[in-house]
Ligand binder design. Sequence first.
Ligand code: RFL
Ligand code: PHB
Length: 394
Amino acid sequence: MRTQVAIIGAGPSGLLLGQLLHKQGIDNVILERVAPDYVLGRIRAGVLEKGFADLMREAGVADRMDTEGEVHDGFEIVLNGQRKRIDMKELTGGDAVIIYGQTELTRDLMEARAKSNQITYYEATNVQPHDMLEEQPYVTYMKDGKEYRLDCDYIAGCDGFHGVSRKSIPNDCITEYERLYPGGWLGVLSDTPPVNPELVYVRHERGFALCSLRSQTRSRYYIQVGIEDKVEDWSDERFWQELKRRLPEDLAEKLITGPSIEKSIAPMRSFVVEPMQYGRLFLLGDAAHIVPPTGAKGLNTAASDVYTLYTILTKVYGEGKTELTEKYSEICLRRVWNGERFSWWMTNMLHNFDDTSDFDKKMYTSEIAYYLDSDAGMRVIAEQYVGLPFDKIE
Ligand code: RFL
Ligand code: PHB
């Protein structure tokens, strides 16, 4: 079988890239390791930057996002029990974010793909890219016990942090940069009205907490837990009690609790691989970089990689500008490092980690207090939270 672009992974990066390429008449096949329901069962991101939302619109899959998603003009940070609102709209001259779950946008992308004539092989195992430095690379995979070969012009590695794409690049051709944080985020989804209509990030000596939401009837809450903690250690009751202890009094009083409909622990890691390409193999999204969830940048940075590769490939096939592919990594990494820096900074400012010295804890407390006391400081936070514009690609 032959296609123009072989895409490995049907998470949001792979599906969005596939749909955008399809709209430009560029043929693509997606190979995904697990079944569709498994992909939809992962509860992850909830905050979409404007750049991401615009890409969904360009891909023609934004109807539900634009009707059911909530536009948020601001969010809060709590320091020493005091709530401070960051008015993103006011501070950035009109920008905002959209609250729309990753599960929902994945579902929309899956439906659009099913309606297109583009092929997706779910439960494809042993996926392996080959000949990435040659003009005609290919991918092999197993499906229903048989081995297949997919010939292509380019391979898009959209297979997340544990995927095969990054691992297929020889070690001496890439450099990995990493910071692991000594803690995790325990998340609970519940069909209860959110404690606040906007997101609330809480710095507390017992550890970080976040009040987020999917709608005005569905809440998503997180608390920082120890690196060794297991979901089984946290009954719903223990979770709600701990969350309440970290919230300012007025919010704790208003908190409505209920049974969790999902509960999971996410590790916290900063990671970047350089370069993000190897010949005709390109890495996108979590395959190339990971951020701790504090700045809500993971999915959004994945979207900027998708934008970059989609724009480049459109110019390659439409205008013959094959030389643009050489620039992919360099263009992506500028924005990637920015998202990494913001996520690392938000994480340090708002968490209480055992490995932080007492001196550094004082520094972080003083630094976040300074930012929240100054209009310029709040503008810096707002500008990065709503997301920087995508680079022009000529
Ligand atoms: P994904 O979503 O991991 O999808 C990769 C897909 O590839 C498949 N795969 C393979 N397929 C074939 N062969 C193989 N060998 C394969 N190996 C893997 C997998 O099955 C999967 O379907 O990567 P992608 O598409 O790059 O998307 C990245 C995002 O999922 C991720 O960055 C965000 O979820 C991060 N994130 C957030 N990002 C935001 O922008 N805003 C947020 O508010 C936000 N909140 C979060 C988050 C991540 C979290 N967790 C659980 C890490 C909150 C949490 C709790
Ligand atoms: C979420 O709603 O899942 C969420 C929101 C903001 C973050 C991370 C996760 O920073």
